[in-house]
Write a protein that binds this ligand. Structure first.
Ligand code: IYR
Length: 223
């Protein structure tokens, strides 16, 4: 049997009043509602420490059995970015050129996306997020991970929010299939690419689609 963890008193207990909760919750909403998915990036450099802090934030995510089944590969090297762009555009040409069902292409049409992905080279950082379906155990055994998709999804949400909070724009890019990322980035077989996050300052002339989010009534029910 594995030894249970020792326990410590809950270290962070800010004990805020109801009014403080109201105002902080509202302020947070006002900040995250400004986040937009950006496709036009400035080549302006972003310090590596910023990415490191945001990855540490992502790594705090709740996850299955605390196995922390994720790995983040931060790519700033122009040559590696170029290889990722080439491989992604090849998959995307197949996607937009017939692999995607018409219904899916129709759903994407208002967003104006296509197989050209220049942002994969323009943006200073790409973060490839990998989900570890299992982890290597003793004697070449495998340790099973739990709720991997949920865990990595939550970590990714925190990462995107942390980057937005720092002042950066992101794009959740999902070239399909993404297996080429294992090859280009030298990741092992127990890891599957989950998402490719494009990170940087938005271009001065960046445009975004004029879209709205669903209302509270549409997304939530209270009893
Ligand atoms: N992977 C493609 C297609 C794409 C799919 C969805 I769903 C989007 O919201 C946006 C794009 C691409 O990245 O272009």
């Amino acid at each position: 049997m594995t030894r249970p963890y020792d326990t410590i008193p809950l270290p962070y207990r800010p004990g805020r009043s109801a009014d403080e909760l109201r105002s902080r919750a509202r302020d947070f909403y006002d900040e995250v509602r400004q986040r937009r998915t950006v496709r036009d990036y400035s080549p302006q450099p972003v310090p590596r420490e910023v990415i490191e802090s945001c990855l540490l934030a992502a790594g705090t995510a709740p996850n299955g059995a605390n196995h922390q089944p994720w790995h983040f590969v931060a790519v700033g090297d122009p040559e590696v970015k170029r290889r990722i762009r080439e491989a992604a555009e090849e998959e995307e040409r197949a996607f937009y050129g017939g692999r995607a069902p018409q219904e899916w292409l129709d759903a994407l049409a208002p967003l104006g996306t296509d197989s050209r992905k220049p942002f994969l080279e323009t943006a200073p950082w790409l973060i490839a997020i990998f989900a570890q379906s299992w982890s290597p155990g003793e004697d070449e055994g495998r340790v099973k991970n739990y709720y991997v998709t949920e865990s990595v999804g939550i970590a990714t949400g925190i990462l995107i929010t942390a980057l937005h909070h720092a002042g950066l724009a992101t794009l959740t890019h999902t070239p399909s299939p993404m297996k080429f990322l294992n090859e280009v980035l030298g990741r092992p077989d127990n890891e599957r690419p989950f998402l490719l996050l494009v990170v940087g300052y938005p271009a001065d002339d960046a445009q975004v689609p004029d879209i709205t989010k669903k209302s509270l009534d549409e997304i939530a029910t209270f009893f």
